[in-house]
Design a protein around this ligand. Structure first.
Ligand code: OGA
Ligand code: MN
Length: 266
């Protein structure tokens, strides 16, 4: 286990660079949990995801018997939903700070995970747009995000556990500047009509999604990647999921506070 000095150095690097890659980490779930906890408190896995009720989330295309799942299995459809740009648990009232993903089984090719720097995206916005979105609040909704992939995907227990939440559209990272907070669950903008809000969200996504702002991580076995959900978005990319296996294990560091200032009751 890393000592306290190393942990502090890692946390500093995390704040500055947003995405950290650790090669050659052949670890168990317990070791991954222990290392994650050194960096911050764990977030519990949401209902409806393999690993729920623990702090381990499992992303794979095969079942407990080791057989690759059929195209219409919820696990695979959820995998396709992960191919949309997102920030993990942006649909929770206190969204995740960071995620740590460990590559346990990889396909022989493809299946990169891509990261988009939302600080660079914010910095590149025209001044007029920065003024327009300052202090704006977006509504993030799990059911909306998943409905983009399959309208029947979200289960009733998920809908009940995950009502829409408010998130600031712009997050402030102090010395490291500001970032846009968007992603597939971002459903509307408070104070704007649905049409106007979605046009703004779409326009911001188009401005953000520049090749220069994207890092595509080509996984090697036993890689572990840590990312800041409040300064980058990420997405899975396709691979031959009907032919080859892929198993990724994620631990998540909880956020310490909401992204929005408290509502005043007056
Ligand atoms: C995640 C995720 C993408 C991938 O673990 O949160 O979105 O490539 N993973 O598996
Ligand atoms: Mn994710």
């Amino acid at each position: 286990m890393p000592d306290q000095e190393t942990i502090l150095e890692l946390l500093r690097a995390f704040e500055q660079y947003s995405v950290l890659v650790f090669r050659n980490q052949a670890i168990t779930d317990q070791q991954q949990l222990a290392f994650t906890q050194q960096l911050g408190p764990l977030e519990a896995t949401k209902v409806g995801t393999p690993g729920a009720d623990s702090s381990i989330a499992i992303f794979s295309n095969f079942g407990p018997d080791g057989k690759i799942l059929g195209e219409n299995h919820r696990q695979l459809i959820n995998g396709r939903a992960n191919q949309l740009w997102h920030a993990d648990s942006s649909y929770k009232s206190i969204p995740a700070k960071a995620s740590m993903l460990s590559a346990r089984i990889l396909p022989s090719k493809h299946g990169n995970t891509e990261f988009l720097t939302m600080r660079a995206a914010y910095a590149a916005l025209p001044a007029k747009m920065k003024r327009k979105i300052a202090s704006r609040v977006a509504i993030h909704d799990y059911a909306y995000g998943r409905s983009k992939v399959d309208s029947n995907l979200v289960m009733e227990i998920e809908r009940e556990a995950l009502p829409p939440v408010r998130q600031s559209l712009v997050l402030d990272h102090g010395a490291y500047g500001k970032s846009l907070y968007l992603g597939s669950h971002c459903a509307s903008i408070e104070g704007m009509s649905k049409t106007e809000g979605r046009a703004l969200i779409g326009g911001l996504m188009t401005l953000a999604e520049q090749p220069d702002f994207i890092y595509s991580h080509c996984w090697r076995e036993h890689d572990m990647v840590l990312w800041n959900n409040r300064s980058v978005m990420h997405r899975a990319t396709p691979y031959e999921h009907t032919k080859e296996k892929r198993l990724m294990v994620r631990t998540t560091i909880a956020g310490h506070s909401p992204t929005t200032p408290p509502l005043r009751n007056s």
